[in-house]
Design a protein around this ligand. Structure first.
Ligand code: 0RA
Length: 663
């Protein structure tokens, strides 16, 4: 196997050298596919569920490149019952002619030579940044089986591979009027830790891609699941692109302006597309993309956007006397409150920075975006004085609120300091002073709090009981938050404080964080889930960093206790309960001596039971809260916790069957 891969790569190297194009930089680009199998993480990031899904994106990205080049209108993704995947597109089809130097079909070169998948025309953008863009040959190398079918020039062609090795030369298999490429692959179980494709993960990204690529049809079919006799499927199509994307993100919020401000420009080969809306909420939701890839940490495109927004609104406010009565500084942050925006750029040669390559580095993009957004905002402000006034008034309000919040915060923090940094009276602290092995349980209600105090491991587990429903921070002004008893207790117990940088950005000071595991422990009923969601909303809006760093967990108390005589077993779901009942009764359904107790509240367990089932690190189940997609999490929290009732109802009705906050 090694030799075959090496020889293909070597041949290409030689060919390139002969053509006079050989230089040091191309050496690394021409490794063999065995390198991919040896160190898959280097090429696709990981071999967990993320890496498994990455294979699909690799193929889809190639099809999207065809769309960007103006040759593809439709992409179909199918999950088959064996968890193999088919990606089909109606692009030009991978070329199949003989590669003059390699004496192989171009299709075979694209599928078996690393980094050979690139288009040869330089005019089109490539979706090639971060971890993407390693080429379909990587998918081939990591698949136990792959079949490529190309419809091109009136003919159908095919070739199959096993772990990247061609099984026969590219062959013609018939005539066709279509054009396009069909790639079917089965990921290699030797490589991946899991083989199960998740409909939701694929659907989520395909929806995003449809907003980012207007005019492109995207279909997802799941042949593993049937709904009313039909395979589960979904179709995405966006006529309006980002303009529709912001509306979708802000569905649950109350708008401040009627329709999105939508900007598209091209300058120096850089496509800029921006859509923004203002709503009445207090949070900012700015997301960004470069060549369809999410840039979580922003970069020069986002800086250009922010700079233009602040500059133009500030100028408009000054020129029209809106800031006359304001006695304190208005910061850049104040212009972002209630803003939802998407900044998407297409850059021919993107440079990604940062540890996770989530940040755009190209310096020329800053000015390009800033000019594009600035010009468009000038026109908007001039043509829409009513909307302009509403936004500026909101900015002034935000600055005022920020000032009040700062005072409230400083007051609370000063008080804490004056009493010697005193911990809340309700906190039963642990003995350990090492945050790494300290855990804080946030417990619903004083009575369960009492039980938890008795049941805990005093060395490493601290208990903070919370009174009933904590404040819904989604609807409260920031200064109210610092006046709330339960929230103040959380800040002091955690040892976390809040400050501001010179731009007025709220910053969380976490270097004195007292516990590295913070466990939300609520009843397993509707009220309990509501309280869990309230606490998560608080962490999401005010201590997001703790979620991002993996400090926030949700306890999972058992739902049932199944008993027969001295035998007893805790069960966390109906499957386990049925199994226990079956086992204890020896399969006799009418065995009355098997008793099932349904736990609804933590209070129904005594201290020992609570320890055994929910707190003991050896046996408990904790779910870690994570944020896969901050923009969608924002949308969901607004939906569940915000002001607008109709979208919440629609959301709950639509999701009732699957409802599960992703923790
Ligand atoms: C190499 C060159 C061209 C297109 C492609 C590859 C291509 C790859 C994939 C993978 C999935 N679908 C795809 N569609 C196209 C350019 C073709 C030309 O110049 O005609």
């Amino acid at each position: 196997m090694k030799e075959e891969f090496d020889s293909a790569a070597d041949q290409l190297k030689k060919a390139a050298a002969n053509a006079g194009e050989y230089d040091a930089s191309s050496i690394t680009a021409l490794e063999g596919l065995e390198a991919v199998r040896k160190r898959p993480g280097m090429y696709i990031g990981s071999t967990d569920t993320k890496g498994l899904h990455h294979l699909v994106w690799e193929v889809v990205d190639n099809a999207i490149d065809e769309h960007l080049a103006g040759h593809c209108t439709h992409i179909w993704v199918t999950i088959h019952p064996d968890n193999s995947i088919t990606v089909r597109d109606n692009g030009r089809g991978i070329p199949t002619g003989m590669h003059p130097k390699l004496k192989k079909s171009a299709l075979e070169v694209v599928m078996t030579v690393l980094h050979a998948g690139g288009k040869f025309d330089k005019d089109s953008y490539k979706v090639s940044g971060g971890l993407h863009g390693v080429g379909v040959s990587c998918v081939n190398a990591l698949s136990i089986h792959l079949r490529a079918e190309v419809h091109r020039d009136g003919k159908k062609f095919e070739q199959e591979y096993k772990q990247g090795k061609p099984q026969y030369d590219v062959r013609e298999i018939g005539d066709t009027d279509d054009r396009g490429t069909i790639v079917n692959f089965l990921p290699d179980p030797e490589i991946f830790e899991t083989d199960e494709y998740k409909f939701d993960i694929l659907a989520h990204r395909l929806r995003e891609l449809s907003f980012l690529n207007k005019g492109l049809h995207l279909d997802l079919v799941d042949e593993r699941e049937k709904d009313n006799g039909e395979f589960k499927s979904i179709h995405y199509y966006s006529e309006g692109g980002l303009e529709e994307f912001v509306v979708w993100l802000d569905e649950a919020k109350t708008r401040l302006i009627e329709k999105p401000i939508y900007i598209t420009t091209v300058e120096e080969g850089v496509d800029v597309e921006v859509a923004l809306l203002y709503n009445t909420s207090y949070s900012e939701n700015v997301i960004s993309f470069v060549n369809n890839i999410s840039t979580r940490d922003g970069g020069t495109h986002v800086s250009g956007f922010r700079r233009a927004l602040t500059r133009e609104f500030k100028k408009y406010g000054d020129d029209n006397g809106f800031f006359k009565k304001v006695t304190f500084a208005i910061s850049g942050e104040d212009f972002m409150e209630g803003l939802t925006a998407i900044v998407s750029v297409k850059v021919p040669e993107p440079q990604f920075k940062g540890q996770t390559k989530g940040e755009l580095g190209n310096s020329e993009v800053l000015g390009i975006v800033s000019r594009s957004v600035g010009d468009a905002l000038k026109v908007f402000l001039e043509e829409n004085p009513n909307h302009a006034r509403r936004i500026i008034e909101k900015v002034v309000l935000a600055a005022t609120a920020r000032n009040a919040a700062r005072k409230a915060r400083e007051m609370v923090q000063r008080k804490g300091a004056l009493t010697g940094g005193g911990l809340p009276g309700k906190l039963a602290d642990c003995a350990s002073r090492n945050p790494e092995d300290s855990e804080l349980f946030l417990v619903e209600g004083d009575s369960a709090g009492g039980t938890a105090k008795q049941g805990r491991d005093r060395h490493s587990q601290a208990i903070l009981p919370l009174r009933g429903k904590i404040l819904n921070v989604e609807k409260a002004l920031e200064h109210k938050i610092y006046e709330n008893e339960e929230i103040k207790n959380m800040f002091t117990a955690l040892g976390v404080s809040v400050g501001e940088d010179e731009d007025g950005h709220r910053i969380l000071v976490t270097d004195k964080l007292r516990y590295h595991k913070i466990v939300i422990m609520c009843d397993a009923d509707i009220d309990g889930s509501h309280i869990t969601t309230l606490i998560l909303t608080f962490f999401f809006r005010y201590m997001r960093e703790l979620i991002e760093k993996g400090h926030i967990y949700i306890a999972q108390p058992p739902l049932y206790l199944v008993k027969k005589g001295k035998n007893q077993r805790y069960c966390w779901n109906d499957k386990e309960r049925k199994a226990a009942q079956f086992e204890f009764s020896g399969g006799r359904e009418d065995d009355d001596s098997v008793k099932v107790q349904r736990y609804k509240g933590l209070g129904e367990m005594n201290a020992e039971q609570l320890w055994e089932t929910t707190m003991d690190p050896k046996f408990r189940i904790l779910k870690q809260a994570t944020i896969d997609d901050a923009a969608e999490a924002d949308r969901m929290f607004a939906m569940l916790m915000g002001d607008e009732v109709p979208p919440r109802r629609a959301f709950i009705e639509a999701n009732a069957k699957y409802a599960r906050i992703d923790v």
